[in-house]
Design a protein around this ligand. Sequence first.
Ligand SMILES: Nc1ncnc2c1ncn2[C@@H]1O[C@H](COP(=O)(O)OP(=O)(O)OP(=O)(O)O)[C@@H](O)[C@H]1O
Ligand SMILES: [Mg+2]
Length: 345
Amino acid sequence: MDVVGVGALNLDLITGASAVGGSPLLARIDAHTGLRPPLESGSERLVEEPAVRAALECLRAEGVPLTPELGGSAFNALHALARLGRGLRLGYVSVAGSSPLEAVDPLAVLDGLGIDRSLVLPDPERLCGICLSVHDGGERTLLTHTGANTGIAGHVRRNFEEIAGTLAGARVVHVTSFLDPDGGAALRRLLDAVRERSPRTIVTFDPGHAWSTAPSDDVLAMAAASDYLLLNEREFTDLAPLLPGLRGTAVVKYPDRVEVRRPGSVERWTHRPLRDGEIEDATGAGDVFAAGVLAALAANRALLGAGVRLGMALAAHKLRHVGARGHDGFRAITGDFLRHPSRVR
Ligand SMILES: Nc1ncnc2c1ncn2[C@@H]1O[C@H](COP(=O)(O)OP(=O)(O)OP(=O)(O)O)[C@@H](O)[C@H]1O
Ligand SMILES: [Mg+2]
């Protein structure tokens, strides 16, 4: 396969900025859920099922429309890859719980996108992961319930040979966080096995907010062993001091640029930052950016710079749309990029 994603599967419930109209929504959710300490704007918080339900109830009471979509960081990247229209062979490794909304069935969504799900374990007994993204004051705050995703460590352990074999046969393996106390250790063993069996397989790692703020030894080991680390500014600030002598390449996202940091060198690609008013929904924009990078790496490592620019163009487009509503445009953006690489900004 070209790219295999390893990560959580979540039902993303997104509130778009324009729908909220600048009301202090976060404070109301705090009051309703009784979460302590209160939610910090722009952060990600792990919550139990009752808090997710209370937050949903609050949004319903406020009349805030929710857009339900299948998500999870690696899934978002694979979703975007599937929509580039390049015929990439894609696969996913995860656990799929049951969805509280009939409209979104995780396995059917994967099938619809042509993403191989033979290594996605169905777990109908548990609720799938849920990720509620709240926009307030230009920032998005995430409330995450891990649900069936906590089964990943067991899934990897029980099916180790099959999963390691598939990953070792891929050009690129893209790993993101599982927010499972055991998930890091299982993934670390898996990546070590892939590294050993297939040194040519490219490993990309996007640890996300939670694994960057409080990285375990396993997370740090995976970061150190990855070929490419995908990080936003905050994640880079948190992780960089903990990774002295990093051999891999860090690709760091900023509002006005992307930096490619290799030992001893930094390359910068700049773009015009969108203003708050132009941004409809930032959730998953980093994952859409990752799709550009992954598509390039699957073709050839030397194309990383082109992948960064394609990723920036895709992300800028995504930022203007809630959820995946703008993804129909990815095929044309990719086509234009391949025809006129220097024109796309
Ligand atoms: N204001 C902005 N205008 C234009 N591009 C932006 C802006 N802010 C971020 N970007 C770009 O959007 C992409 C996503 O950046 P961001 O920092 O949101 O990633 P992230 O936090 O990892 O996102 P997620 O984890 O939700 O997918 C990057 O390519 C970044 O350069
Ligand atoms: Mg991210």
